[in-house]
Design a protein around this ligand. Structure first.
Ligand SMILES: Nc1ncnc2c1ncn2[C@@H]1O[C@H](COP(=O)(O)OP(=O)(O)O)[C@@H](O)[C@H]1O
Ligand SMILES: [Mg+2]
Length: 323
């Protein structure tokens, strides 16, 4: 398959006894499509992305497999995935300054990655860098190439970091809250740029956010994570208009302008998010769930298809059948 296909990705800590911290996660996206991963802080979104980059923290292990682009190879180890960083996998992080060496000019840094990996000549890389910077909204790209990281504003740095990630024509662009460090006024514009470019180049965008409203506008598919598990996944429109899982519903109710009707006060979800490292096999949302039943404490509900989406809630699935 072209695009991205992730099969049963898991992240386990230590010896791996008990349930995995993250997953299993399976998702696929065709070239040019955008997948949004949403969930509260601590849901395991960043760990999931780090698993896809092959850069898990020490003590964590990767399981499952990843298929990238039109490559026949299936990537199963961190080492294999890591080798694709700056090639088939592009990365944009929350703080754009982490992408830069403070002592080198913007231009040399944008060009360096692809030249060092022998993906292109220096002159071709320079030309592409200028072109990408122009497309990122810089009218004087040559001047920008001469700047040093300390001379950049957050918005400039993030747009440059995106250009840098796109230099090698990645099959997948992984973006971890790429606009949360930016002013609200810049967020939409930068998100639009990322999406426009991945769509135009055929790269799959996997973008993390805790803001369902924002992500819903740009993504084709949404994956809702809770406590390291996918609780609901499906086409963005369907999922936003007809959320099934009680957590997705609560998340939407908490999100201004999607859930708010008139001047109702903002809702919040009572209780606190779970640790990823619990040994019990049960639904991780059970302690906060309005629909909880005895069976929810006995096993982890699998993700099952339900009218166009996938939902990990037997109560919702059963009620849908009886309706
Ligand atoms: N480097 C690490 N070492 C140990 N535990 C970690 C590390 N990174 C994340 N975790 C654990 O995983 C949990 C989820 O983290 P993270 O993936 O960053 O969530 P999110 O991005 O959804 O906010 C954290 O609350 C923490 O317990
Ligand atoms: Mg995070």
């Amino acid at each position: 398959m072209n695009g991205l296909s992730v099969s049963d990705l898991t992240v386990v800590r230590g010896s791996g006894a008990g349930p995995p911290a993250i997953g299993p996660i399976s998702l696929s996206a065709e070239p040019g499509k955008a997948v949004g991963i949403v969930g509260e802080t601590g849901a395991g979104k960043t760990l999931t992305l780090r698993a896809l980059m092959g850069l898990l923290p020490a003590g964590f292990q990767l399981g499952g497999s990843v298929h990238l682009g039109n490559d026949e190879h299936v990537y199963r180890t961190e080492e294999e995935l890591r080798r694709q960083l700056g090639r088939a996998i592009g990365v944009v992080l929350q703080n754009p300054f982490t992408a830069f060496d403070p002592l080198k000019s913007v231009g040399s840094q944008i060009v360096e990655g692809v030249v060092r990996r022998r993906l292109t000549s220096r002159s071709a890389a320079r030309a592409r860098a200028v072109e990408l910077l122009e497309q990122m909204g810089f009218t004087h790209a040559d001047d920008v190439m001469r700047l040093f990281p300390s001379q950049l504003s957050g918005g400039m740095a993030q747009r440059i970091a995106i250009a840098m990630a796109l230099m090698p024509h990645p099959a997948v662009l992984l973006a971890d809250e790429p606009t949360s460090a930016l002013d609200a006024t810049l967020r939409l514009g930068v998100l639009e740029l990322i999406c426009r470019f991945t769509a135009a180049t055929g790269a799959v965008l996997v973008i993390i956010s805790h803001d369902l409203r924002l992500i819903g506008r740009f993504c084709d598919t949404i994956v809702v994570m809770y406590g390291g598990r996918v609780v609901e996944a499906g086409p963005a429109k369907e999922l936003l208009e007809h959320p099934r899982h009680p957590y997705t519903r609560a998340l939407i109710a908490c999100t201004p302008t999607i859930g708010a009707r008139g001047k109702q006060p903002l809702a919040s979800i009572p209780g606190s998010p779970p640790s990823l490292f619990q040994s019990e096999h049960r639904c991780r949302f059970a302690p906060r769930c309005p629909l909880v039943e005895d069976a929810c404490w006995l096993e982890e509900p699998p993700l099952v298809p339900l009218s166009g989406v996938r939902v990990a809630c037997p109560v919702v699935s059963r009620e849908a059948v009886h309706r």
